[in-house]
Design a protein around this ligand. Structure first.
Ligand SMILES: [Fe+2]
Length: 392
């Protein structure tokens, strides 16, 4: 029996042999097999592009400005130090508000990384519910929580999206001298929030008007390989098989991204789906099972990861030059990896995954594309990398 999704009410259910939707009774022509075909997703992607134009969203949301990673208080400094050690980022600023402490890391031509901890015990963490899984519950406040995109008219954006039923974490847009900001409620499919920032000055600081700046005593490592590790190329979020389509559709409805392609690794029951803004911009990857989780013995690494950690961002991928030397130097310095470098110049790219961080639960990917390779990923690398995550 195959699972189908109803394009009218978005419910997922077993197909009982060509019947109408058992939930909303829509005609069977509205039911799509979500697990082995991209037909439904492509049709929806087309509809969303049309809708964006009709409601005035087209062009309102631009590129990724930063990602927000929240950690437990006791891991905050180590999380910052670790990113300074293992990637090309430098320290930019740190500040404290009434409810959080934030350190901003960044580098040229890349989205920034904000490492945050909540300091007000009375403040409820809206993401905590997504962290209650066998291998994530020991870090109930730890995850990559938010992807923040630029908008050129935050008021218009929020008006349009509220009318379409989008819920934001705050009633009001936060207005500061330097920027205005708002973010969505975490997605029930990914546990990710999407944030929107409108810059008002050329000096791009994330410090709100009420925040206090402080300088942390941080060791800025001078590692020879740091200069080889560049911008955030993509991030990958793992979602349940039955939520793949909804997660991508939701993301497309909030941003200017579109579904580009999917690589099926049926051997490991896994699909790697890529959403893009342009071929130059940060790409958002969604990895899901082909079919839903059955058991730890029978399911593939992707569905097992979601069972163990919950839906969440699995890795941040950094574009890396001299990737062989960089990989060797990182290894010599003690960085653990799930897999050796995979791929080759002939295939067009090389990639590898570190072991997950004890401080953020995130894996770092290092990726290098050779020459004019424009395929983004190769099926052989995706297969090997997917298999390596079995070790998590
Ligand atoms: Fe990746």
């Amino acid at each position: 029996m195959t699972k189908v999704i109803c394009s009218k009410c978005m419910s997922v259910h077993d197909n009982e042999g060509g019947l109408n939707c058992p939930n909303c009774h829509a005609h069977k022509k509205h039911l799509y097999d979500f697990s082995n075909s991209d037909t439904y997703l492509r049709k929806e992607a087309h509809r969303i592009l049309q809708d964006r134009k009709i409601v005035g969203l087209q062009g309102l949301v631009g590129g990724l400005q930063c990602v927000v990673i929240n950690t437990e208080t006791r891991h905050w400094t180590n999380a910052i130090q670790e990113l300074l050690q293992n990637t090309g980022v430098s320290y930019k600023e740190s500040f404290q508000t009434q409810d959080k402490k934030v350190c901003v890391l960044g580098q040229k031509d890349s989205a920034d990384i904000l490492i945050q901890q909540r300091i007000d015990p009375k403040e409820k963490n809206p993401f905590a519910v997504f962290n209650q899984h066998p291998k994530s519950m020991h870090l109930p406040n730890t995850r990559l929580e938010t992807y923040v995109y630029e908008t050129n008219d935050i008021g218009k954006y929020v008006d349009i999206q509220r009318n379409r039923g989008v819920s934001f974490l705050s009633q009001e847009i936060e207005h500061n001298d330097g920027f205005s900001f708002i973010q969505t409620q975490p997605s029930m499919y990914t546990g990710n929030s999407i944030g929107f920032i409108q810059w008002h000055t050329r000096q791009r600081t994330y410090m709100s008007d009420k925040a206090n700046r402080f300088h942390d005593v941080l060791k800025q490592p001078i590692e020879p390989f740091k200069k080889n590790i560049n911008y955030i190329d993509h991030a990958a979020t793992r979602v349940k098989a039955e939520h793949r389509d909804q997660a991508i559709i939701e993301f497309m409805e909030l941003t200017n991204y579109t579904f580009d392609f999917a690589i099926y690794v049926k051997m490991f029951n896994s699909i790697t789906n890529v959403a893009r803004l342009s071929d130059k911009d940060f790409a958002m990857v969604f990895t899901s099972g082909v079919t839903p989780f059955i058991s730890l013995q029978e399911s593939g690494p992707t569905e097992k990861f979601i069972y163990n950690y919950g839906p969440r961002t699995h890795h941040l991928a950094f574009q890396t030059d001299h990737i062989e030397d960089t990989f060797s130097l990182l290894k010599q310095r003690g960085t653990g990896f799930l897999i050796d470098l995979v791929g080759s110049p002939e295939e067009g790219l090389k990639q590898t995954f570190t072991v997950p961080s004890d401080n953020t639960l995130l894996v770092n990917e290092y990726i290098h594309r050779y020459g004019d390779f424009d395929g983004f990923f190769t099926k052989s690398n995706v297969t090997l990398l997917t298999e390596s995550t079995e070790k998590q």
